[in-house]
Design a protein around this ligand. Sequence first.
Ligand code: UD1
Length: 417
Amino acid sequence: MMIWHVRGGIPLRGTIPVQGSKNAVLPILAASILAPCETTLTGVPNLRDVGITLRILRHLGCAAEMNDHVMYIDSRPLSRCDIPHSLMRELRSSVIFLGAILCRCGEARLSLPGGCELGPRPVDLHLDALRALGADVTEQGGDIIAKGGHLTGTRILLPFPSVGATENAMLAACAAKGETTILGAAREPEIVDLQRYLRRLGADLTGAGTAEITVRGFHPKAHAAHQILPDRIAAATLLCAAAASGGEISLTNANPSHFLTVLDSLSEAGCDIITRSDTVSLHAPRRLTAPRPIVTRPYPGFPTDAQPPLMAACLKAKGTTVFTENIFQNRYRHAAELRRLGAEVSIEGRVAYITGVERLTAAPLTAGDLRGGAAMIVAALSAEGETEIFDEDHISRGYDRLDQQLNALGAEVRCTY
Ligand code: UD1
């Protein structure tokens, strides 16, 4: 158990670079096995989820090493097409290996990822996409077995723009004969980054970033090198932390065009924001004002992952902030913990109402999930006294040494075990 000790009341100041994107690197790591080849990735964040994915790659027989944010993967020795439950259960995005292994081996056996702390997370859209390509997909004793030595290009219509299902369909379609069109695809920047990597690997595909992605074929290369895009959720979290603490920070290695909705809300809350192509600066007022209602939606809508940190930033904002969470059923678990600091948060189904209070005071909190945990750190930065956050390694799943990042901005955050 990790305990975060966060001293509140210090406005964040300074400039730091944004880490590489967790949600971009994980599918790219799965994609690295599509064909026997060597991949070098730069800008890889040092995260628990990345470490687990390395273990999955090694389990499959690949060589995988990470050194100072550079990762080298040699997928030529891949020798297995299964992932055991012990690894699958650690990481939900491991389900993206289904399309990747199917493409490489013609069959895949993975233990079914269960629900998670955010509520049920079905994979029906992933499986339907593989079936549309001609794979025979069955479930047996908690395992998904996909067989499909001869996949055929087709039209895949996603009824909801699921990020994971879009990624699985893109990877499996690389093995298909003929052209595949994915309609209703997710448009997240991480999908665009996956397309960039796949093209370096030799795939012929276009359309990522729009609702229609076309995969025409795959002529594998022996080497691929790729720089992981900056993490828009980590950037949003740092900006929320600066806003909550009344600070003034700049982020480099950022791509502000990827989180415009978050910037809009922070600006409505009274922050001065200046963006350039790869930097963003935020100057917060002494007290924020409640921004207009926030509704989470698929990209380019407001990201569900930024909802908890923004909520934490609004706890002391003048007026009432209203959030509607449309992506996950159980994404307000941090609310009960934030109340322990003195926040006024009430939840009615998908809607959360935050009435700004004058002060928050330190209390022991428990992180129940990754972004909820980050929200607790953001809130603690604006609370009086030292807040302790008990965290079973949720936060390190998605943030690369968040304590060091915040301390570089003048915060006082310590981690003990
Ligand atoms: C989601 C987010 C993504 C974020 C990631 C990590 C959206 C649209 N997606 O991606 O931005 O980076 O979490 O927190 O905001 N669903 C099904 N059947 C499926 C797959 C999904 O019903 O087969 C439903 C889910 O229950 C959920 C919604 O679709 O309500 C979003 O799922 P999806 O985009 O697939 O989730 P992730 O890929 O995890």
